[in-house]
Design a protein around this ligand. Structure first.
Ligand code: PLP
Length: 367
């Protein structure tokens, strides 16, 4: 992707796209993506022969990559690379069987380490999106009600049609508005055995966290309230042992299911579901649709994930977290001193790593 794609995108914008009939909502998305491409900020491909985790070459110029979700830079760690190479040497580049039949050997060690990390049963999925597709239809019944935060990740919202088709009542609530959630739960709990609140641990667009302290109070007040939190962006850089914003700062609120990505700061691939008990984990593992019919994590990713889990279980992770936080605070201070505008909107309760403007979640202990 280079000057040619940018020229083509500009031409497409000038000409108003193709004549192919397209849904107006899709057209809107297409126009903003095409506009991003035409400004040289989307659909880029780095031009480097080797990557070190900090710079990417774009249009012939080395640039600092502030768009990386590998917040602790583990993807270039020699232990992770060697573990991936070793797994490929031993097991090949792929293991092309569904896990419903047989799994590649390193899964045993990865699941053992993740159980140790999260202190209970886990299910490993191939991506966070596929984890939601596997877990939500198992966890949520047709008599239940679902309340989605307006900004919960699209991969969670993508499961709503499946839930609605099964008969589940689905509602939205304004972003992080605990007062409105409280009202809605009160109404829905009068009619439904369980009310599920679906939220992100750290919201990927503005980097602000879910207000966990307030959620804990709501869960205490409403015994039918359950939480399902996508902490894809919270893992590794936050919390004890890098367990994330939901599980890393003391016990999570009761009746909480946490899902997190192993393909961002964890620096491997896949996702982990942390269900409330072994029986729920067993059900997700045996009946979750994408765990039955989709391909597994491949050996290289399993090897890297095992090495990353070992780093998480060692004191080193806290040293890395501290260094990251120092850098973020220094970046913020320097940006402020030079009058560089930062997105401070969610600052009151913010943890925006991706935007490089992080402060700690105010209701979580300090890292
Ligand atoms: C909060 C959140 N959840 C889920 C995903 C999707 O993750 P995956 O690519 O592992 O499906 C993303 C985006 O990358 C995300 O930001």
């Amino acid at each position: 992707m280079g000057a040619r794609s940018i020229r083509l995108a500009r031409a497409a914008l000038r000409e108003g796209g193709s004549d192919r009939p397209i849904d107006p909502r899709l057209r809107l998305v297409d126009e903003s993506v095409t506009s991003g491409i035409s400004h040289g900020v989307g659909h880029l491909i780095a031009e480097d022969h080797h990557l070190g985790g900090r710079l990417v070459t774009l249009g012939g110029r080395p640039m600092v990559n502030f768009g990386s979700c590998s917040y602790l830079g583990l993807e270039t760690d020699l232990r992770l690379k060697n573990a991936a190479i070793d797994a490929v040497s031993r097991f090949g580049v792929q293991f092309a069987s569904s896990r419903a039949y047989v799994s590649c050997p390193p899964y045993t060690e990865l699941e053992r380490l993740l159980r140790a990390l999260f202190g209970g049963p886990v299910v490993v999925a191939q991506t966070t999106t596929l984890a939601h597709l596997a877990a939500l239809p198992i966890l949520i019944g047709k008599q239940d009600a679902v309340v989605c935060d307006q900004l919960v990740h699209n991969s969670v919202q993508a499961v709503l049609p499946t839930l609605a088709a099964a008969g589940t009542t689905c509602r939205f609530v304004r972003h992080n508005r605990m007062d409105r959630l409280d009202d809605l739960v009160r109404v829905l709990a009068a009619k439904h055995p369980r009310v599920w609140y679906l939220a992100d641990g750290v919201y990927s667009m503005h980097g602000d966290p879910a207000p966990l302290a307030a959620l804990r109070q709501l869960v205490a007040r409403h015994e039918r309230l359950h939480l399902y939190v996508d902490d894809a962006h919270g893992l590794t850089w936050s919390g004890r042992r890098g367990r994330g914003t939901v599980m890393g700062h003391g016990p999570p609120p009761p009746r909480t299911v946490m899902v997190a990505s192993l393909a961002k700061a964890f620096a491997a691939g896949g996702a982990v579901i942390v269900p409330p008990d072994a029986e729920t984990a067993r059900l997700i593992r045996s009946c979750g649709s994408t765990l039955i019919f989709s391909g597994p994590l491949q050996p290289a990713l399993l090897g890297a994930a095992i090495a990353s889990a070992r780093v998480h279980l060692s004191p080193e992770i806290h040293e890395r977290q501290r260094k990251l936080m120092d850098r973020i605070l220094r970046f913020n201070a320097l940006a402020e001193a030079r009058g560089l505008p930062l997105d401070r909107r969610p600052r009151r309760r913010s943890a925006s790593c991706a935007a490089g403007t992080a402060t700690r979640p105010s209701d979580s202990p300090r890292i």
